[in-house]
Design a protein around this ligand. Structure first.
Ligand code: NDP
Length: 462
């Protein structure tokens, strides 16, 4: 090991890579990390963090409107997009510096360079024009928005990356896709006053979530004024003489908008980095194939996070980084646990969810109990906002184990984090029933739904 420059070389300075580099360095290992663009990666620079800041920004018009019922008079509000973008930039620059400092503070060396594998133990640093060697190499280069070359006029479209830094806020936008990013950005743009149309190819938005949440969110978004067109895809995008974009949809309808944003999934960053040359196996989508310990087809090369195409979530990449450390540097082989991952969609209202949807549970279990409550949250009584909150527990009727918990409404993401614990622990509905409510909260509903709303036996609702 002493023959190498480093014990560990990490390629990619996002959430997963930085965590692995920092922890390995703090264990006394000789560590270096290379990041080509900005430390912090997708989550900090062009994903979760700026997204959540924009979600907050987009919620103010509703807060202003809701204030009247509580006795407040709010003078006419106005919004300045460049101020939001500049303040977001300041915050992510602060976080970026912290990410880099954390690695260096632990004793690691942080490079600003593209890194290309030369052989299983050597990495060429493009910006430095030199090659360094390492005993172990970890690839954590993440992913990027999937392009859509089949769409005629795709060169006129933007992706989430560009959406954060538009020179000006469009008057009208069309967003293609029905996943996390499309839905979150549709709500952001609408909240900021943009005429927003969401175009989704399937039957209902958010295909991997519980159908009750999907339908209720769809309904609420439409009530707010977001146009949602399901069973629809764009056929072409053309720039018109006025400089706006015309879009022809599969149903024959034409839209004229200022921006078209594509949010049709993300692909791994694995090109032109020497992977094929050293024999690292890639899957069909270009993602790195890894075993249960995140080891690639080359013994001393490992990969974590979105580049592996397991589950594309920041906390998952961080968890995989910690398992990698246990396996490689602590002599404790640990495989990441991808079961029962809580998640949130920062739509408006928000989705928080963990475990099986009703449809998934029905496929796997013969007897399912559904506990479901739909109510107006207390906050909306005086505000007068006509928006319901939805809570749903999916329970195995035989063992009473809670298999899924699904929430639509304010703070659903926060609740999903806490619900992740009892579901991960395999607790039963009786444990929920024995838990004292916190009053007055919306979450108390989760422990006070005593009778099933309905059961599903062998696929039949009874
Ligand atoms: P998703 O996989 O969530 O959704 C992609 C959407 O695009 C789906 O609705 C899919 O339809 C649709 N689609 C795919 N290909 C096409 C096509 N050729 N034409 C039209 N529509 C198409 O991806 P996102 O881009 O929204 O997000 C990427 C990942 O990032 C997510 O999976 C998530 O893991 C992560 N993320 C997490 C967030 C969070 O935790 N809050 C926020 C943002 C992203 P269909 O349903 O029919 O397949």
């Amino acid at each position: 090991m002493a023959g190498y420059d480093y014990d560990l070389f990490v390629i990619g300075g996002g959430s997963g890579g930085v965590r692995a580099a920092r922890v390995a360095a703090s264990l006394g290992k000789r560590v270096a990390i290379a990041e080509e663009i900005r430390y912090g990666g997708t989550c900090v620079i062009r994903g979760c963090v700026p997204k959540k800041l924009y979600v907050y920004a987009s919620q103010f018009p509703e807060h202003f409107a809701d204030a009247a019922g509580y006795g407040w008079t709010v003078p006419e509000a106005s919004f300045d997009w460049p101020t939001l973008v500049a303040n977001k930039d300041k915050e992510i620059a602060r976080l970026e510096a912290i990410y880099k400092k954390n690695v260096e503070g632990a004793g690691g060396q942080a490079f600003h360079s593209r890194a290309v594998l030369v052989d299983p133990h050597s990495v060429y640093l493009v910006a430095e024009d030199r090659t360094v060697s390492a005993d172990q190499i970890l690839i954590a280069t993440g992913g990027r928005p999937a392009p859509h070359p089949a769409l005629s006029g795709h060169e006129h479209c933007i992706f989430s990356n560009e959406a954060f830094d538009l020179k000006e806020l469009p008057k009208a936008i069309m967003i293609e896709g029905g996943g996390y990013i499309a839905v979150e950005f549709a709500n952001i743009f609408h909240g900021l006053g943009v005429d927003t149309t969401l175009v989704y190819r399937g039957q209902e938005i958010l295909s991997r979530f519980d159908m009750d949440l999907r339908r209720s969110l769809h309904e609420t978004m439409e009530k707010k004024g977001i146009r949602i067109l399901c069973h629809s895809i764009s056929e072409w995008v053309r720039k018109n003489p006025a400089g706006r974009l015309d879009v022809l949809l599969s149903g024959g309808q034409t839209l004229t908008v200022d921006q078209v944003m594509l949010a049709i999934g993300r692909i791994p960053n694995t090109e032109n980095m020497g992977l094929e040359g050293v024999g690292v196996e890639l899957g069909k989508t270009g993602a790195i194939v890894v075993d249960q310990y995140s080891r690639t087809s080359i013994d001393n090369i490992w990969a974590i996070g979105d580049v592996t195409h397991r589950v594309q979530l920041t906390p998952v990449a961080i968890h995989e980084a910690m398992c990698f450390i246990e396996t490689v540097f602590k002599g404790n082989p640990t495989s990441p646990d991808h079961d029962t991952i809580p998640t949130a969609v920062f739509s408006q209202p928000e989705i928080g969810t963990v475990g099986l949807s009703e449809d998934e549970a029905v496929k796997r279990f013969a007897d399912i109990e559904i506990y479901r409550a739909s109510f107006r949250p207390m906050r909306h009584t005086l505000s007068g906002r006509d928006e319901k909150m939805l809570m749903k527990l999916v329970v195995d009727g035989t063992t009473r184990k809670v298999l899924g918990a699904h929430i639509l409404g304010p703070d659903a993401g926060e609740m999903a984090q806490l619900l992740g614990i009892p579901l991960k622990a395999g607790l039963t509905k009786d444990d929920f029933d024995r838990t004292m409510a916190v009053h007055p909260t919306a979450a108390e509903e989760l422990v006070t739904m005593y009778k099933p709303t309905y059961r599903v036996k062998n696929g039949e609702r009874v």
